[in-house]
Design a protein around this ligand. Structure first.
Ligand SMILES: C[S@@+](CC[C@H](N)C(=O)[O-])C[C@H]1O[C@@H](n2cnc3c(N)ncnc32)[C@H](O)[C@@H]1O
Length: 209
């Protein structure tokens, strides 16, 4: 079972049958499986940079996807930051479920050293998140849709990242997700500070086309 925040990320993509779909940071694969439950894409590319996690992703795909669907799935081990150059204007839908400082780990750790390390990581992570997003924008077809999501409440990794992207990429438009958010608002409360294109941990964009 996917928790609500994961379901929302997948629903926001609104995948349709026949579309070319990329899950850029896919391991261990929970959202890849959920996406394949939503529609029958023409091609589904799931990618994971970390070799060990990529093996985990392959196991997830092999365990949960029926054989009849395996021929539409490609699993790769690319650095997501290169996919835009390697596959420009190739996908209708892209999920960038970015590596992040993951607040769940903070909550259960009282290790001061770890906490210091995490604060340093946060700065590096936002740079990586921006690079992943720029790559995803290159990989989107005109008119395609991109969802950026994290598992952290860190502003530096959420709205700071998306603001920087919106300010520097003139070819993308934020998508109003208030309607989708209101349909699921009985399950959770939305942050009052969020913009119309973002929930707390998720933002949605469309490539002009
Ligand atoms: C939040 S997790 C993804 C969770 C996954 N979407 C799921 O639902 O199971 C982020 C993933 O991004 C991977 N990652 C980190 N840097 C990456 C990069 N440069 N390119 C692609 N994936 C990367 C991490 O190894 C990690 O597995």
């Amino acid at each position: 079972m996917l928790v609500w925040k994961n379901r929302v990320k997948v629903l926001a993509l609104d995948i349709k049958d026949g579309e070319e779909v990329l899950d850029m940071c896919a391991a261990p694969g929970g959202k890849s499986i959920a996406m394949l439950q939503c529609a029958y894409p023409g091609h589904f590319h799931c990618n994971e940079y970390d070799i060990l996690r990529s093996r985990w992703l392959k196991q997830t795909v092999e365990s949960f996807i029926p054989e009849s669907l395996l021929n539409i799935i490609t699993v790769s081990e690319l650095d997501g930051r290169q996919i835009g150059e390697l596959h420009p204007e190739s996908y209708d839908k892209i999920l960038v479920d970015a590596p992040c400082s993951n607040d769940r780990n903070w909550l259960f750790s009282s290790d001061v050293q770890q906490a210091r390390l995490r604060l340093i990581q946060r700065k590096v992570l936002s740079a990586v998140q921006i690079q992943l997003l720029r790559s995803a924008i290159k990989a989107l077809r005109p008119g395609g849709t991109l969802v950026y999501s994290t598992c952290t409440l860190s502003k530096a990794e959420n709205s700071d990242v998306t603001t920087q992207i919106l300010n520097s990429c003139s070819n993308i438009l934020p998508v109003d997700i208030r309607e989708m958010a209101s349909a699921i608002s009985h399950e959770f409360a939305l942050a009052s500070s969020a913009q119309q294109y973002e929930l707390l941990l998720l933002s949605k964009y469309k490539l002009k086309g």
